[in-house]
Design a protein around this ligand. Structure first.
Ligand code: DQA
Length: 142
């Protein structure tokens, strides 16, 4: 499986963010854990702090290079209709992930613009949210 993993704003700062929500690992350590856990998956990782760049990555993913995508849009989850529209357009299995449980935090994090344009959402289990998302995709291949 060729799998695109997209990270939104501030996720490049993992390791320096609030540990109770995001753990102590860096983004590179998170990505390495996924590579180690799923050696047969061909991963492409992309992170940007810029909304438009994330949208363009989703547009490029429509060219057929990937079998599925996982996205943690960071705070754009709660604000971005444009990201939602891009995800709605792309005809690939798509899974939303969050390290923290966005339902157990501030009220503004309960707003989720991408939930219903993704196939599934996993959250609140830090790295395990990603492991669950990949396992879901592997179990739902055509
Ligand atoms: C997050 C949750 C968001 O509310 C927050 O803005 C993030 C990370 C998570 O992975 O828990 O940056 O998406």
């Amino acid at each position: 499986m060729n799998l695109l993993i997209i990270h939104g704003p501030n996720l490049n700062m993992l390791g320096r963010r609030k540990q109770e929500h995001y753990g102590t690992f860096t983004q590179d350590e998170l990505f390495q854990k996924l590579i180690d856990a799923f050696p047969n998956i061909n991963f492409t990782f992309y992170q940007s702090n810029v909304e438009g760049e994330l949208i363009e990555i989703i547009h490029h993913a429509m060219d057929g290079d990937y079998d599925a995508l996982i996205i943690n849009p960071g705070a754009l989850t709660h604000t971005s209709v444009a990201l939602r529209d891009a995800l709605e357009m792309i005809d690939l299995p798509k899974v939303e992930v969050h390290l923290s449980d966005i339902h157990q935090r501030e009220d503004f994090r309960k707003i989720d613009y991408i939930f219903d344009v993704c196939n599934q959402r996993f959250m609140g289990k830090k790295i395990e949210s990603y492991i669950d998302a990949i396992t879901y995709l592997l179990n739902h291949q055509n």
